[in-house]
Design a protein around this ligand. Structure first.
Ligand SMILES: [Mg+2]
Length: 213
């Protein structure tokens, strides 16, 4: 069975959950924490977990952020079309399973999800945790995306990858054939600048169109 391994925030959805927290809630200290991560002062896991844990809102406020992640029109239909054609869809995310499951449930989609576990409470925000017992554990990202892709390649020679981050998606994207290496946003700009072969896309359903063409 061919496999599409896809990033979630900014790839399957148009927005990143942590970015929506910064933009809509601007919690005290969160922007400074994120700037410290960008300056190299902490790991990606610590940076993302720090912003997620800074959120202070009620259940409705958290649900509003989940709704704002904004999967593009047609994403659910495209995913079902790909699955009907025999593809498995695997999410590999350095973000948190808490909101990923909610977005997928809202679309009535059934993907395999490899992401950091977590939970939400109004007084602690989204608490994202490392899972050292996971076969995909990575100490600084939480999830080892190249390991997810390598395992997929052991199951089937046809594996596609889609992502938007040079840091968290680039190494995994390079493991698949250039014709199945889908990139958007910053990752696409990086591949273009470096002259690395890739398939640029703007909205996730385009990937399905090209895989089934
Ligand atoms: Mg992303």
């Amino acid at each position: 069975m061919p496999i599409l391994v896809t990033d979630f925030d900014g790839t399957f959805t148009r927005r990143d959950f942590f970015d929506l927290i910064l933009e809509r809630h601007d919690p005290p200290g969160a922007r400074a924490l994120w700037d410290r991560f960008l300056a190299g002062g902490m790991t990606p896991f610590e940076g993302i977990a720090g912003v997620l844990g800074s959120l202070r809102t009620d259940a409705d406020g958290a649900a509003a952020l989940v709704a704002a992640m904004d999967p593009p029109p047609g994403a659910a239909a495209a995913a079902r079309r790909l699955q009907s054609a025999g593809w498995e869809i695997v999410v590999a995310s350095a973000g948190c399973r808490w909101y990923i499951d909610r977005v997928l449930d809202g679309l009535d989609l059934d993907f395999t999800v490899h992401a950091n576990p977590g939970s939400f409470t109004p007084d602690r925000g989204v608490v994202m945790e490392l899972d050292p017992g996971s076969p995909w554990f990575h100490p600084t990202l939480g999830i080892d995306k190249p390991a997810v892709v390598r395992a997929a390649l052991q199951r089937d020679p046809v594996v596609a990858f889609a992502g938007d981050s040079a840091l968290t998606d680039g190494p995994a994207a390079r493991l698949v054939a250039p014709g199945r290496r889908f990139a958007t946003g910053q990752l696409a700009r990086r591949f273009a600048a470096d002259g690395e072969a890739h398939q640029a896309f703007t909205a996730w359903p385009e990937i399905v169109e090209r895989l089934l063409a």
